[in-house]
Design a protein around this ligand. Structure first.
Ligand SMILES: [Zn+2]
Ligand SMILES: [Zn+2]
Length: 188
């Protein structure tokens, strides 16, 4: 769920953003903000996670990085062999063999990571992703619905441009549903 909030300090509810367990560690998300003089400022927010969830998020990120590197190496090796042996079929065959192996290893590694996840995990990747900013208005994508709802309630005074889903969380609360400011981007 995409949630836009205005300000610098936001409350990230004290539960693991992925599984809801008691958080014992954090994972940072980085974002930037441009001021009026077009100077860019960087921010990092610590998102609470439990240790098991931090481990599976990190493992998946390493797996993706490793995959990218190996795909590059495979293509390079294939091209090199094709040039050296002067037989492009040989290069293509080697590259496809290497790529198939990578796909197989990835599939197995993903299964292993998935198995190490706590039972209530919402997903294997990051549960909170930073999307971008417009001035001091920051947008986060909170993937797990329970964490998104907690976040909206905890930061209800800072919510801007509430989507239908965000408004539905605020409905039936004492803050009502008419207090969310709207922020328009001035085009010049
Ligand atoms: Zn967790
Ligand atoms: Zn998890």
């Amino acid at each position: 769920m995409k949630v836009s909030v205005s300000g610098r300090q936001f409350v990230f509810p004290r539960s693991c953003a992925c599984c809801g367990a008691f958080p014992t560690t954090t994972l940072g998300v980085a974002g930037t903000e441009k001021n009026r003089r077009a100077r860019t400022k960087g921010w990092t927010w610590d998102i609470p996670y439990c240790r098991a969830c931090k481990r599976h998020v990190r493992s998946l990120e390493y797996l993706l990085l490793g995959t990218l590197a190996f795909v590059g190496i495979s293509c390079f090796t294939g091209a090199l062999l094709a040039i050296k042996s002067d037989q492009w079929e040989f290069g293509v065959a080697v590259t496809s063999l290497l790529l198939t192996t990578i796909a197989l290893v990835d599939w197995l590694a993903f299964k292993l990571i998935r198995r190490s996840c706590p039972k209530n995990c919402y997903l294997t990747g990051r549960a909170v992703v930073y999307i971008g900013s417009d001035g001091a208005c920051h947008t986060f994508d909170l993937k797990s619905p329970f964490y998104a709802a907690d976040f909206v309630l905890a930061n209800h005074l800072k919510i801007v441009n509430a989507s239908v889903r965000v408004a539905s969380i605020l409905k039936n609360t004492k803050f009502g549903d008419y207090q969310v400011p709207r922020r328009f981007v001035k085009k010049d």
